[in-house]
Design a protein around this ligand. Structure first.
Ligand SMILES: [Ca+2]
Ligand SMILES: [Ca+2]
Length: 196
């Protein structure tokens, strides 16, 4: 029979405590890492979102002036502004930039009016509609693609799927490893008239 001194007992107890601390640490560390990665991913997505919002505002500020750059269409100049303001973080081949012209601010996001013949609350083929943009089909959005002329109301809209940097966080953030981001701004073009 061995008799342990009080010092040995304290030592063993401390070893035991240290062991359980190590086990707790081993259990908690992966959770902390995932949590940290999640925070970093969300932070990055918010950063890209703020860049996209700033870029769409900047693009619209250029657009309302009606100014054209040498050898570049206004639409291309708008894309160039967005590319420049997103500091290379956005894949310009995957971004969706729409500029839509509306008859008034209230029309933004509205569809062409129709008579709901079968009263199902939705437009169905064959129901009568007002073809306000004269393209022969009923549109769910009355906006006409384009950057607009003098005094026109234009909606600038960006849609982008930000890809997560760490695929293992996809389990609890975003959709299929991506975070959909959209930014839009509606402006009225300055009345630049026609050049004499
Ligand atoms: Ca209907
Ligand atoms: Ca139409």
């Amino acid at each position: 029979m061995s008799i342990r001194s009080p010092a040995q007992k304290t030592w063993r107890r401390r070893l035991g405590e240290r062991g359980s601390v190590l086990i707790e640490f081993a259990l908690v560390t992966p959770i902390l890492v995932v949590l940290l990665m999640g925070i970093l991913e969300l932070g990055m997505a918010f950063f890209v979102m703020s860049l996209l919002e700033a870029s769409v505002r900047e693009a619209s500020r250029y657009g309302i002036t009606g100014r054209t750059e040498e050898g570049m269409s206004r639409a291309d100049a708008i894309l160039a502004i967005i590319e420049d303001r997103t500091i290379g973080l956005v894949d310009m081949t995957k971004i969706q930039v729409d500029t839509l012209v509306y008859p008034n601010f209230g029309a933004i996001g509205t569809g062409e009016t129709y008579v709901d013949g079968n009263a199902n609350g939705a437009y169905d083929d064959g129901e009568t509609f007002t073809d306000s943009n004269s393209n022969g089909v009923r549109d769910a959005d009355v906006g006409v693609p384009g950057v607009g002329g003098s005094g026109d109301i234009v909606l600038y809209r960006i849609r982008y799927n930000w890809e997560l940097l760490t695929p293992f966080t996809a389990g609890f953030i975003g959709k299929d490893g991506k975070i959909p981001i959209s930014a839009s701004v509606a402006v009225r073009n300055e009345p630049w008239g026609t050049t004499p």
